[in-house]
Design a protein around this ligand. Structure first.
Ligand code: ADP
Length: 766
């Protein structure tokens, strides 16, 4: 060993790099290090060299694994720990270069040389140190392990070299040996800035990764969090979105309704939405109504049909007088239905004037079959959405009338009466008739679509029956789909029977009376029919009987009468003054007034045509409620009269008179081609100044040449003629074949004279 060589025991450091100007604390545990430590204290005044392992994982000391540069340190504090290790605090004094390894056993002894840092103190160095301090003060936390300790040290006032060492020591970077080995302080300052930049980059990347991870978590949990939050707010406010019981209850109902799978799934989804909607929100009400509707709509429930046609017949007979043909056809229709087990491809349509029993027949059918009954009126429906419903997107949206009816029916196979199908109108809001076509088509109606329901609904088991007053007003395609059964006006005789057999017993029952307490005599009943009603059906008659019952109840309860007998004489007390007189103004023969017979949607009717002439300029004036067809009839009639004036005994100068034709009374527009004969007769009567016998009526269209053409509705017209007290009517000869439609009691009261031409008619009258 050379004397001038400086040697010291050495301790190998793993994983850390001590730097001058900083206190260095480690735990010393390896045997070889502890020996060196003790030796240093004993022999070298506490001075050691700290050498630095390249690979911190190796336990044994290997010269190749030691860096060339280390530090000289002085032991400041040494504490023995219970496990035999020492905790040691060193004061680092100098950088040293290891010159030689004097010994490696039992502890390391090195020969070393102190090395000095190069401090230039030039402007460049100054600029660097400023930049370093600025950077590390601004973002100390980002780059330094103990930023507070560093700023404390800085405040004590450090040289450039000291600053560089302190910063380097506390830097987060692992790779610190370069700070030890580099002698140029300026270079070390540059390293500091580089490492800071690296660190910043790493932190940026780290932040970005954190953000990405957070984002993906956020997305998936956002909804959950929001819902939870909303729930929390609602609970906080004291109104939890839904009581769980309510939702459970609804769920049970949905499952019990046995909807088709797709619809059930939808309902449950809506329920989920409902349970998360605050009940103060409009949305909540919309969903609730929808769910209630789905639950209330029948999906599988049916009633069992009576299979006994005899029973059906009996039931129809029980509720309705007469109508033999109608009942027969109904039974035939039902027979087909029973044979095939499905609805016939056509739908029954009861056509006829009001009050003739269309609705009640349909109801009887449902009773006879044992089905539920439901009625929806189509009168005035002009908007397709009334049939198909509104989209559910706004408050107040409703299902259409069809599904509403189904809901009320409660079974999937009710008898469904569509009342007044002829009164449906179409306009810009869509064509309800088209929607009805779908409803009534057995091929299509198993998938009926309603805007509100949104899903197809099966109507194929429903028995639809429609009613109409006038067949002409039903759109063609719709009419084709229906089997028309016509119900016509009742005769007085029929009304009389209906009144005694059905209406009176029914009203007595409705008013809690017995046939002992109230009796209506036969003449009284006839007077009610003739003097108080003028209708094709029996609705008004029914109402009048009900009025009598009401008054009878009052008499019995208040005046303590035991029995009431309504007779022709005391009828006035119950119904007031007579409203209609037979033979109104027809007791005397008149000039220029003739009674025609008309066929309206309210049944048969009579109409008077009046003609008057006065000096003028050959004009023709038409007033009253006349349709176009009738105006043309008037022109044609006048032409005929003019050309046959001589034969008819007319001597007026047509150029010097005006002719006024008027059709008084009645709000119903008078149209139709069958008034030709009436017009001519009235014209001839007025122009020839010949009276027309009272109590005659007529119907028939004419050609210019004077033939009388056939008409429709003979039965209705003849019944109306009797009703208004006519004794004779003239009809076109061709209509003779329809006479078997005319009830016998009408034929008994009415002379019916067929005529072939106008001349024949006129010769018979005048
Ligand atoms: P519509 O539907 O044709 O207008 P409704 O069916 O409402 O007529 O009948 C009106 C009333 O007349 C009902 O009370 C009904 O029972 C009664 N009615 C009608 N025709 C008959 C009949 N042939 N037999 C018994 N009652 C009848």
């Amino acid at each position: 060993m050379e004397e001038n060589k400086i040697i010291l025991p050495a301790i190998a450091i793993r994983g850390l790099v001590p730097l001058p100007h900083v206190d260095f604390r480690i735990e010393v545990g390896r045997e070889i290090s502890i020996l060196a430590l003790e030796q240093a204290e004993k022999m070298y005044g506490g001075n050691v060299v700290l050498i630095i392992q390249k690979d911190p994982n190796l336990i044994d000391i290997n010269v190749d694994n030691i860096y060339e540069v280390g530090v000289m340190a002085k032991i400041q504090l040494k504490l023995k720990m219970p496990n035999g290790n020492y905790k040691v605090k060193f004061k680092i004094t100098d950088r040293v270069k290891i010159v030689n390894y004097e010994s490696l056993d039992p502890y390391v002894v090195v020969a070393y040389e102190k090395i000095k840092s190069e401090v230039l103190g030039n402007e460049e160095e100054l600029a660097l140190i400023r930049k370093v301090i600025e950077t590390f003060q601004r973002d100390g936390k980002t780059y330094l392990v103990a930023p507070d300790e560093v700023s404390r040290l800085l405040q004590q006032g450090l040289t450039t070299e000291e600053t560089a060492d302190v910063m380097a020591y506390y830097l987060k970077t692992n790779d610190k040996y370069k700070y030890l080995a580099e002698l140029s302080v300026a270079k070390r300052l540059e390293y500091l800035l580089e490492d800071a930049a690296k660190e910043r980059k790493i932190i940026e990347i780290e932040n970005k990764i954190n953000e990405d991870v957070k984002k993906s978590i956020d997305e998936s949990q956002k909804e959950y969090y929001l819902r939870e939050k909303m729930r929390a707010i609602q609970t906080e406010l004291g109104d939890k979105a839904r009581q769980d019981e309510e939702v459970d209850e609804l769920r049970k109902k949905i499952l019990a309704a046995k909807m088709p799978q797709k619809i059930e799934e939808k309902a449950l989804k809506e329920l989920e939405r409902y349970s998360n909607t605050n009940n103060q929100m409009a949305e909540s009400g919309i969903i609730r109504s929808y769910l209630d509707f789905l639950i209330a709509l029948p999906w599988y429930k049916t009633t069992e049909d009576t299979s006994d046609l005899k029973e059906v017949e009996k039931s129809l007979d029980k509720n309705h007088y007469g109508l033999t043909k109608v009942k027969e056809r109904i039974v035939e229709y039902l027979a087909v239905k029973m044979m095939t087990g499905k609805n016939p491809s056509t739908i029954l349509c009861f056509a006829g004037p009001p009050g003739v029993g269309k609705t009640s027949l349909a109801k009887s059918i449902s009773e006879a079959l044992g089905r539920n009954f439901i009625k929806q009126s189509l009168g005035g429906v002009r908007d397709e959405s009334e049939i198909r419903g509104h989209r559910r997107t706004y408050v107040g949206a409703l299902p259409g009338r069809i599904l509403k009816g189904m809901k009320d029916a409660g079974t999937i196979n009710p008898v469904f009466l569509l009342d007044e199908i002829d009164k449906m109108a179409s306009d810009y809001r869509g064509d309800p008739a088209a929607a009805m076509l779908e409803v009534l088509d057995p091929e299509q109606n198993s998938n009926f679509s309603d805007n509100y329901l949104e899903e197809p609904y099966d109507l194929s088991q429903v028995m639809f029956i429609t009613t109409a007053n006038s067949l002409e007003d039903i759109p063609g395609p719709l009419r084709d789909r229906m089997e028309i059964i016509e119900l016509s006006s009742y005769t007085e005789y029929e009304k009389f029977n209906i009144a005694f057999k059905h209406l009176l017993p029914k009203e007595l029952k409705n008013h809690g009376l017995t046939d002992k307490q109230l009796q209506i005599s036969e003449p009284a009943m006839l007077k009610i029919i003739q003097g108080y009603t003028r209708e094709a059906g029996v609705r008004e008659l029914d109402r009048l009987i009900s009025t009598i019952c009401r008054k009878a109840v009052k008499d019995i309860l208040i005046d303590h009468k035991e029995k009431i007998e309504v007779t022709e004489d005391n009828l006035l007390n119950y119904l007031g003054k007579i409203r209609f007189f037979n033979n109104e103004g027809r007791n005397e023969n008149q000039i220029g007034v003739v009674t025609g017979l008309a066929y309206t949607q309210f049944g048969g009717d009579t109409l008077d045509i009046e003609v008057m002439t006065y000096p003028g300029k050959g004009g023709l004036i038409l007033t009253g409620k006349l349709g176009d067809v009738m105006k043309e009839s008037a022109q044609a009639g006048l032409s005929y009269v003019k050309s046959h004036a001589k034969d008819l005994g007319i001597e007026v100068d047509f150029a010097n008179i005006d002719i006024h034709i008027h059709v008084p009374e009645g709000a119903v527009p008078k149209d139709g081609p069958s008034a030709g004969v009436t017009l001519i007769t009235a014209l001839v009567s007025a122009l020839a100044n010949k009276p027309v016998p009272a109590n005659i009526g007529m119907t028939g269209e004419i050609t210019l040449r004077g033939s009388v053409l056939p008409i429709g509705g003979l039965r209705e017209k003849s019944i109306a003629a009797v009703r208004t007290g006519l004794k004779t009517i003239f009809i076109p000869e061709e209509n003779e074949r329809d006479l078997d439609e005319v009830p016998n009691e009408v034929k008994e009261k009415l002379q019916i004279i067929p005529v072939k031409s106008v001349s024949e008619l006129l010769s018979k009258i005048f």
